[in-house]
Write a protein that binds this ligand. Structure first.
Ligand SMILES: C[S@@+](CC[C@H](N)C(=O)[O-])C[C@H]1O[C@@H](n2cnc3c(N)ncnc32)[C@H](O)[C@@H]1O
Length: 246
């Protein structure tokens, strides 16, 4: 798939992802002329007189357009993972399963290297497609069941987003450095509790906290200032675990 070349934003809040800048682009506010699309930044007037702001996409714009197969981890939860674990450009991260590669791609944008484990060939193909679309170079994709072992050692962060994370605890224990984090992402609280209960057999892994992140967006329009009537009410529970000894 051709990459996104331009973003167009309207004052009404519409956002357009434009891949082909060699022809006029049709929007709800009329069409943008190709001459305006060729400029790297422009305030363009459509044929119906609406103003649109045109600019080159940043990481987040291209990221929002990646191909998605299974459920991806939403940005609000990725934000919590980054903030609580404090990963940095020096960090080594492992992620399983890859799914569409959404989390792996976002983390690779920030850290030194990400290795992502996946068991399904069809998902691996999508992850590779998404890596190419974003031009990310520091992700390794491995076709391997993560419960059978993690090859990377001295890892700063392991994130598990898979149905049976407790089965991966022995592998995670060997892979993490002391002080490193495991974040287990589960759609149900029963799975989250099962991970925490399984820690009794892994004394070096300490439960820090289990959280849910709720994000409520607000409308601010003159005096009409109120929360949106709809929100993403539930995505998943984040269980933060830390390796505290060898
Ligand atoms: C919900 S998806 C992960 C989505 C991903 N975090 C993202 O943000 O795009 C769960 C994935 O885990 C994979 N999976 C399940 N068990 C696994 C295992 N034991 N080892 C590696 N991958 C596994 C599944 O095939 C599926 O693609």
């Amino acid at each position: 798939m051709e990459s996104v070349k331009r973003i167009a934003l309207s004052k009404e809040g519409n956002q357009y992802y434009i891949r082909n800048i060699t022809q006029d682009y049709h929007t709800k506010e009329g069409y943008i002329r190709k001459e305006d699309l060729k400029k790297k930044a422009a305030i363009a007037k459509t044929n119906t007189g609406s103003e649109l702001f045109i600019f080159e996409p940043g990481f987040i714009d291209s990221y929002r357009k990646i191909k998605r197969l299974p459920q991806i981890i939403p940005l609000k939860d990725i934000g919590a993972i980054i903030a609580v674990t404090g990963i940095s450009p020096k960090s080594k991260v492992v992620d399983a399963g890859s799914g569409s590669g959404a989390l792996a791609l976002f983390l690779a944008h920030l850290v030194k290297e990400v290795t992502t484990y996946e068991i399904r060939d069809d998902f691996i193909a999508v992850v590779r497609e998404n890596i190419a679309a974003l031009g990310i170079k520091n992700i390794k994709v491995k076709k391997k069941d993560v419960t059978q072992g993690i090859d990377e050692k001295n890892v700063d962060l392991v994130v598990l987003d898979m149905p049976n994370p407790w089965d991966a605890l022995p592998a995670v224990q060997k892979s993490l450095k002391v002080g490193g984090f495991l974040v287990s992402y589960s759609p149900t609280i029963v799975q989250a509790a099962d991970v925490v209960h399984a820690l009794k057999d892994h004394k070096s892994l300490l439960h820090i906290k289990t959280t849910e992140t709720l994000e409520r967006e607000w409308e601010i329009d003159e005096r009409r200032i109120r929360p949106h009537s709809q929100m993403l009410a539930h995505s998943g529970f984040l269980t933060f675990i830390r390796k505290v000894s060898e």
